[in-house]
Design a protein around this ligand. Structure first.
Ligand SMILES: NC(=O)c1ccc[n+]([C@@H]2O[C@H](COP(=O)([O-])OP(=O)(O)OC[C@H]3O[C@@H](n4cnc5c(N)ncnc54)[C@H](OP(=O)(O)O)[C@@H]3O)[C@@H](O)[C@H]2O)c1
Length: 258
């Protein structure tokens, strides 16, 4: 099983590789990340464990280069069975002071790049009638977090697209899982937290563990769940938005085949 995962040199992605290996012991990995040093360390660790892997150091915001990244991955390890869009960066800052280019960068990492990767990888999955996609969105795409105009909107976009795509491909042998993490203890969460003043809410906000989230992602994927929220307390917030989504998915007309 060839798994293509982004942003796995660190944090949730790195933990997800370990959780995937627990269930798919013969899995092989393409790991795409811009943090070259951490990427090399993760690849070396996997090689020592006897896990075949191919690291590609690249910045996902360079959208035009992504087809070549996929080509190199296929050339090294063959056709891709599971795509995990996980890479991310969370810059907390008011819209009025953040240069739009930094906001656009978040939109590209969280939305445009995952969509471009899906557009490159999905056709072969559809041709085989088998494959999987896991998109890591965020509860920040559901809650209206201050300082997250760009981050929250980019995560809402990938979450929305991912859930629509699941409806489109579910009867074609492809499973799409959309993940909505709340705060998870990683470098990203620590740097985002530093962008807020402390108050009673921030002090008591439940924070999850990356290993537990990773274990739940793999469990949800195997169970063919379509959506996962963790820590569980955030699941109720997600449901208020989901009722409308379910009604539309169930009753809206299908697209015309071309
Ligand atoms: N942790 C949370 O509280 C939380 C909550 C909700 C959703 N999420 C989402 O979960 C995902 C993983 O987050 P995490 O907490 O594990 O973050 P993390 O520990 O910072 O790991 C993210 C990895 O992605 C890489 N990356 C960032 N921008 C990239 C780019 N343009 N091209 C290629 N690689 C890039 C990072 O490299 P650098 O180290 O060089 O930046 C890092 O190795 C993200 O999509 C995030 O938005 C996280």
């Amino acid at each position: 099983m060839h798994i293509f995962i982004t942003g796995a040199a660190n944090g949730i992605g790195e933990a997800t590789i370990d959780a995937l290996l627990e269930k798919f012991s013969s899995a092989i990995f393409t790991i795409v990340d811009k943090n070259e040093r951490a990427l090399q360390q993760v690849c070396e660790k996997l090689t020592r464990r006897g896990v075949k892997n191919h690291g590609i150091a690249c910045d996902l915001t360079e959208i035009e280069g992504l087809p070549d990244v996929v080509r190199r991955s296929r050339a090294a390890l063959g056709e891709i069975d599971l795509l995990v869009n996980n890479a991310g960066v969370m810059i907390v800052e008011d819209f009025s002071t953040m240069p739009w280019q930094r906001g656009k960068m978040m939109l590209d990492i969280h939305f445009t790049a995952p969509m471009r990767l899906i557009s490159e990888i999905l056709p072969a999955m559809l041709a085989r009638g088998a494959g999987g996609i896991i998109n890591v969105a965020s509860m920040a795409g559901k809650a209206l977090l201050p300082g997250c105009t760009w981050y929250g909107a980019s995560k809402a976009a990938i979450g929305h697209a991912s859930e629509i795509l699941q409806g489109e491909v579910k009867d074609k042998g492809i499973h799409v899982l959309t993940v909505y993490p709340g705060p998870i203890s990683t470098d990203l969460e620590r740097s985002a937290r530093a962008g807020y003043e402390e108050n009673w809410v921030s002090r008591f906000t439940p924070v999850g563990r990356r290993e537990e989230l990773a274990r739940r992602i793999v469990k949800a994927y195997l169970a063919k769940d379509t959506v996962l929220a963790y820590p569980g307390i955030y699941d109720s917030a997600r449901h208020f938005h989901s009722i409308a989504g379910w009604v539309v998915q169930t009753f809206a007309p299908r697209t015309k085949g071309r």
